[in-house]
Design a protein around this ligand. Structure first.
Ligand SMILES: *[C@@H]1O[C@H](CO)[C@@H](O)[C@H](O)[C@H]1NC(C)=O
Ligand SMILES: *[C@@H]1O[C@H](CO)[C@@H](O)[C@H](O)[C@H]1NC(C)=O
Ligand SMILES: *[C@@H]1O[C@H](CO)[C@@H](O)[C@H](O)[C@H]1NC(C)=O
Ligand SMILES: *[C@@H]1O[C@H](CO)[C@@H](O)[C@H](O)[C@H]1NC(C)=O
Length: 574
């Protein structure tokens, strides 16, 4: 109903302005955002984070993007619905009385089902008997690395980032659970090779389905690799790790043999949207460290850093206090219902609209054809179809600059969110988190629309849009247009940095899967082959700069790149 009203208003004003021969119709009567400047040449600020909020929120609970960017920036409350199974592998049949790690997939927990081949091993299956209240840390938040994946947990559990304590998993779990107990938090959702939940109390809100004595794969008991454990190349060994009293990880997942690939495989089931659906997140209470109003001290820390290197180190205590106050408030006060806007779906709608179209534009502009004008016309057709819903009948190219296209820019940039901002009943219901999400959609959409409308307007001025002829087209320089557009689209895609574009090219065969280096498999991978020195998860990475890390191994570690690995006999390749 309200949509019809907007379009009615736009249409009416378009008709009026056409009648009045005014090309600059309706800019002001069109929907506005917080940002009311519609200059097509003004780029977003270097400090803007709307696109980072957009991408990280679009990536929640998905394995692929959170393997690529390991350093999480979001803390999101959620629930695990009743009837959900959780798994825990161990060497004895005792039901733990302390916080323990549970997996959402048994392929993950089976790695920790350790016992001799005579006695077998123990695999506990739990089921939630009521909705569990959980807190999700995004990124590879269970990757025991000192370079950033643990930062958000450090803040919550310890009040500051303590990189040297990156392997203190037992203390971390206990401290997080003690902190969250008065707030009714049952567990913490994290991700490594697959998703896991640190459950604070294995007798609260969960019941035992089975404590099964399973056949052990002969990997031996805790304390050392079993006799048959193939210590394949490219995999860190326990001796590479600092001494730790952590019961689960002291022997570590490092001697994983047969289970190693199985868990990479089960993790990959959650690679893409919608991710691991067993956790239902409440985006209306999300906290992001990319929120520059909540955490201003990190703006300067991120300056000139590539996204891989964004982390929370350097956050000032007053910002930590603000985050913790928000987090506590979320759980302590009665739940705010929020606006009812389905943010998750709205974000997905935006990604869907542009994901494969930009890949196609990039492909077209990458043509090696000598006929640059034909290439430009092909690209122009793609620009037009993206903008079709926003090119009003009254749009007329006039003047020597592209200001005539501003209404298209504004309409394109605001149509998804204008109502949320305009309706005071709705806007007043937004939580602080929802305002952050709204800004993220607006900033992201704005830049997409700015770049596409600008390119299209250049094409129109060159006389390349048959549907919108110009009186005296400049003699079109196809080559110049193609090279400008190519650079602009490339820059836009790099700015958006959506992980949906990170793929194995060419695609993997059926016997393979596309894989991103995942902790703890940080070896040189298929490129190195046997004998290559494994990367150590405790290397002092944070002190290195990008320039200094020149070897292929380092690049793979710091900036994971996709590659095909064999699903059959894959162990030597991870
Ligand atoms: C509006 O957006 C432009 C371009 O993205 C930016 O330069 C400007 O600072 C923004 N203004 C406000 C008030 O946010
Ligand atoms: C392991 O535990 C022992 C005894 O509780 C303690 O003395 C030692 O410092 C601990 N080691 C580590 C690395 O935490
Ligand atoms: C970006 O942030 C830095 C650090 O706070 C500040 O010095 C700089 O002026 C900001 N730049 C812009 C364009 O806002
Ligand atoms: C562009 O073409 C080059 C050479 O043909 C190719 O290597 C590259 O992958 C292509 N890029 C895209 C985005 O299609």
């Amino acid at each position: 109903m309200h949509q019809a009203t907007i379009f009615g208003a736009v249409l009416a004003s378009a008709l009026c302005s056409r009648a009045a021969q005014t090309p600059f119709f309706a800019v002001d009567s069109l929907p506005a955002t917080k940002n009311d400047s519609w200059n097509l040449n003004v780029k977003p600020s270097v400090n803007a984070t709307g696109h980072l909020v957009f991408d990280t929120v679009s990536s929640l609970l998905q394995h692929w993007p959170n393997t690529r960017y390991r350093n999480g920036h979001n803390i999101v409350p959620g629930i695990v619905p009743v009837g959900t199974l959780l798994y825990h592998g161990r060497g004895d049949s005792n039901l733990p009385t302390i916080p323990e790690w549970t997996a959402t997939d048994p392929e993950h927990s089976y790695i920790f089902c350790r016992g001799s081949s005579e006695a077998g091993c123990w695999h506990l299956t739990l089921v939630t008997s009521r909705p569990l209240r959980v807190l999700y840390f995004d990124g590879s938040s269970a990757a025991k690395m000192k370079d950033g994946p643990m930062d958000t947990q450090d803040i919550v559990g310890w009040g500051e980032v303590l990189p040297d304590r990156y392997f203190e998993e037992r203390t971390r779990a206990v401290d997080l659970c003690n902190w969250g107990k008065p707030l009714g938090i049952d567990g913490y959702v994290r991700m490594e090779m697959d998703f896991e939940i640190v459950l604070c109390d294995l007798t609260a809100g969960v019941e035992v389905v089975s404590m099964a004595n399973l056949a052990s794969q002969g990997r031996g008991g805790p304390g050392g690799p079993g006799p048959g454990g193939p210590g394949g190349p490219g995999r860190p060994r326990p001796s590479d790790l600092p001494a730790s009293n952590d019961s689960l990880f002291a022997t570590g997942p490092f001697e994983i043999a047969a289970g190693g690939f199985d868990v990479i495989h089960s993790g990959s089931w959650h690679n893409r949207y919608p991710g691991d659906r067993r956790i239902k997140l409440d985006l209306t209470q999300l906290i992001s460290f990319y929120d520059t109003a909540l955490v201003p001290s990190l703006v300067a820390r991120r300056l000139n850093l590539e996204r891989w290197d964004h982390r929370l180190l350097g956050i000032i205590p007053v910002d930590v206090a603000a985050v913790m106050a928000r987090l506590t408030q979320v759980h302590a006060s009665p739940l705010q219902p929020g606006s009812g806007v389905d943010w998750d779906t709205l974000f997905k709608v935006i990604v869907d609209r542009y994901e494969d179209r930009f890949e196609m534009v990039q492909y077209v502009l990458n043509s090696t054809s000598d006929d640059a004008l034909a290439t430009a016309k092909n690209a122009m057709a793609l620009f037009r179809v993206m903008l079709q819903p926003y090119i009003l009948h009254a749009t007329v190219p006039v003047g020597s600059d592209n200001a005539w296209a501003a209404p298209v820019f504004k309409f394109c940039a605001t149509s998804h969110t204008e109502y949320i901002r305009r309706s005071l009943t709705l806007f007043n219901k937004l939580t602080l988190s929802e305002e952050l999400l709204l800004n993220a959609v607006e900033e992201t959409n704005r830049e997409i629309c700015r770049v596409v409308v600008r390119a299209w307007a250049q094409g129109v001025a060159a006389g390349l849009d048959d549907a919108l002829p110009v009186d005296s087209p400049t003699h079109p320089d196809g080559k110049a247009l193609v090279s400008t557009w190519k650079a602009d689209i490339e820059q836009l895609m790099a700015w958006l940095d959506w992980s949906v574009w990170i793929k194995c090219r060419p695609e993997c065969s059926f016997e393979e899967m596309c894989y991103l280096p995942t902790w703890p498999f940080m070896g040189g991978g298929g490129r190195g082959g046997p004998g290559r020195r494994p990367e150590r998860p405790d290397s002092p990475r944070s002190s290195r700069t990008h320039v200094e890390s020149s070897s292929a191994d380092d690049d793979d570690y710091l900036r994971p790149q996709p590659r095909c690995v064999r699903r059959l006999e894959p162990y030597t390749q991870l």
